[in-house]
Design a protein around this ligand. Sequence first.
Ligand code: FES
Length: 93
Amino acid sequence: MAKVRFLPVDKEVQVRGEENVLLLALRNRIPIATSCGGSGSCGTCRVFVKCGQPRGEVEQAMAEDRDFKDDERLACQIAPEDGMVIDVAQDDL
Ligand code: FES
């Protein structure tokens, strides 16, 4: 079963089903801000993660508008992958 690690809490969690990174974090009581409910429109769920998944149209538009770094992603728009390390340090944003 796939596992990912969240920083800075240094908590490893198991992935279940088809949930995205935001839902995975919230299910495991790891706080990530969200005000749009995961539709990709608010930008508050930003995390830092090395991820090979290409940005979708909505995320790409926000990334360009807000000058995201390469590893800055919307947790609600990416799927967890085994071995991912996801930094939710909101103070860095
Ligand atoms: S929760 Fe709003 S963009 Fe991800």
